[in-house]
Design a protein. Sequence first.
Length: 174
Amino acid sequence: MSGWRVAVDIGGTFTDLAAWQQDTGRFTRAKVLTVPDEPVRGVVAAIEKAGLALHETSMFLHGSTVAINAVLQGTGARTALLTTRGFRDVLEMGRKNRPDMYNLFFKPPPCPVPREDRLEVEVADDGTVAGNGVGSRRGLAGIRERVEIFGGRLDAGPRPGGGWTLHASFPLAR
């Protein structure tokens, strides 16, 4: 017998679970309140409500609308975006879809990350931050400064063969 295929979505109000067992065709679902301070408690409650045992699970998919809702509603923390050089404005450009193509007074929604908080780095083919341009020692100081504005810490070190490794860490908000 194959295990349960489980999918969970943590939303701002509810945590939803849907599960299917291929061999038997059984389907179950559960809906519980989300626990905003500890979302995992909502996931566990949904699993228990559905009567599932994790050791009987062959696939577990997880999604969250909490983060996207925070971005879209502008209720989340100030956010920075570290992106490949040349892609700084992609969020703002979007797909250039307009609800009314010929409306000369159309105003696009504000970008979720202000331009000054979008930081560019050069990325090498192997995924490392390249050692020239923004990825240089001078550029790393600027990135470190921006990360510290957000209350974080940036660890950067040269990689053997060239390039830089970046790791930014931020305290969890409570």
